[in-house]
Design a protein around this ligand. Structure first.
Ligand code: PLP
Length: 425
């Protein structure tokens, strides 16, 4: 009888040995180092440069609460019901207007948009739709972890391209593409890029390189996945046209999200692409989750109808800019003579520090913990395991005072690390 065998408990007190049943895919997935690191940063007294999320105080909570109530009470037939896989037509209409105003994109129709559960789902759907085992994808070193995780599910080969102050070094991409065999070029699917205020590197792809990337796409017959969560978060300098705007939907699939401009909790992302791409993604999405949540889509639609999303963002950007300035001044003062280099972002949430070769920022984090300061070791963002001497730092969550103090702590940790680990020459 079954309750006689139920006494044979296995790993973790579970009767069934689920581990023996795992897929090869699941067996290969390790837990994210960032998740682990962020856990201890919540201890009192800690200053964290680790977070990559917007400041919750910037969420328009009163406005959203009011709209949520209305949308549930008055539009329950839509908002509490299943929706289409493609997404809320009202939200699409609002977003098409927004893209026209913000990006100067004309002629888009409902069929060019797919609403996803955050950009993360868009990345997953793109991976499922275009990648097989052994397909080749180009991305930067360092690269956005969310994209790497989504692509890895399909087990592709990564072609890595370094980043400079002007973003992805397309000259190096060109050389690497030239060195591929024709058989490899057939397996080459797309270049993944975060053009504005890169996560984690903070850099922006220059206009020249955007155009170069499009030329390469024509010449080597691939498409570009332009992941742009931060374009609207510029606090200085001139707007650079999106690759989508420059090249059109023949070669570019554009990803946008509400996560960094409104609220990540809504979980709304968008794919803007040629109809033939959207219809394929829709088929795949059907088997994943049927549809994105009707409720949050309708809330976002009514919010966009009533408020100017970007005008509301201005205040937030001013705060980010001030915090960035405080951080840059502190770097200047405390990190220059240690041989560090860093990016001076003109928008977004991140700066990126490159230390001399003999530093290992993951190892150094043990000392960082003692000084109650956290950064994200850069090796986490390198698919080839390099980048030990780099780190990602964010200025968006800590206060200005904490930023100044945090950089001093970083400096002390670096000195202590140098004494303990770096061999003196
Ligand atoms: C934050 C971020 C996103 C947003 O992901 P969501 O799933 O929409 O929250 C996408 N790409 C990059 C590079 C990001 O930094």
């Amino acid at each position: 009888m079954w309750h006689d065998v139920a006494i044979y408990y296995n790993e973790g007190g579970v009767f069934m040995n689920y581990k023996s049943k795992l897929s090869k895919l699941a067996e290969g997935i390790t837990s994210s180092i960032i998740r682990e690191l962020l856990k201890f940063a919540s201890e009192p007294g800690f200053i964290s440069f680790g977070g990559g999320v917007p400041d919750p105080e910037t969420f328009p909570r009163k406005e959203l609460a009011e709209i949520a109530k209305e949308v549930i009470e008055k539009e329950y037939r839509f908002s509490l019901q299943y929706g289409t896989t493609e997404g809320d037509p009202l939200l699409k209409a609002q977003y098409i207007r927004y893209l026209e105003r913000w990006e100067g994109l004309k002629g888009l129709t409902e069929n060019n948009l797919l609403i996803t559960v955050g950009s993360q789902q868009a990345l997953d759907l793109i991976a499922r739709t275009f990648l097989d085992e052994g397909s080749i994808v180009a991305l930067s070193l360092p690269a956005y972890l969310g994209a790497v995780s989504a692509f890895k599910m399909r087990n592709p080969r990564f072609l890595t391209v370094p980043l400079s102050e002007d973003g992805m070094e397309t000259e190096i991409l060109e050389k690497k593409l030239e060195s591929l065999s024709s058989e490899e070029l057939q397996r080459f699917k797309f270049v993944y890029t975060v053009p504005n205020f890169h996560n984690p590197a903070g850099v922006t792809l220059s206009l020249e390189r955007r155009k170069h990337l499009l030329e390469l796409a024509e010449r080597f017959d691939f498409f570009i996945v332009e992941d742009d969560p931060y374009g609207a978060l510029r606090f200085e300098g001139e707007h650079v046209p999106s690759i989508f705007k420059l090249g059109g939907m023949d070669r570019v699939v554009l990803l946008n999200t509400f996560s960094k401009v409104l609220s990540p909790g809504l979980r709304i992302g968008l794919v803007i692409a040629h109809e033939s791409v959207i219809s394929r993604l829709v088929r795949v999405k059907q088997g994943v989750d049927l549809c994105s949540p009707s409720l949050t889509q309708r809330i976002a639609a009514r919010y966009m109808e009533r408020y100017d999303m970007l005008a509301k963002l201005k205040e937030t950007l001013e705060i980010y800019r001030e915090k960035k300035d405080v951080m840059m001044k502190a770097f200047e003062r405390h990190l220059s003579d240690i041989g560090a280099r860093w990016t001076r972002p003109k928008g977004g949430l991140f700066s990126w520090i490159v230390l001399p070769e003999d530093f290992d920022t993951l190892e150094m984090l043990e000392i960082g913990k003692e000084h109650k300061i956290l950064w994200i070791p850069g090796s986490a963002f390198h698919v080839d395991g390099s980048g030990q001497n780099t780190m990602r730092v964010s200025y968006c969550l800590p206060s200005k005072e904490e930023i100044g103090e945090g950089v001093e702590r970083m400096r002390r940790a670096m000195e202590a690390y140098k004494k303990a680990k770096v061999p003196s020459r």
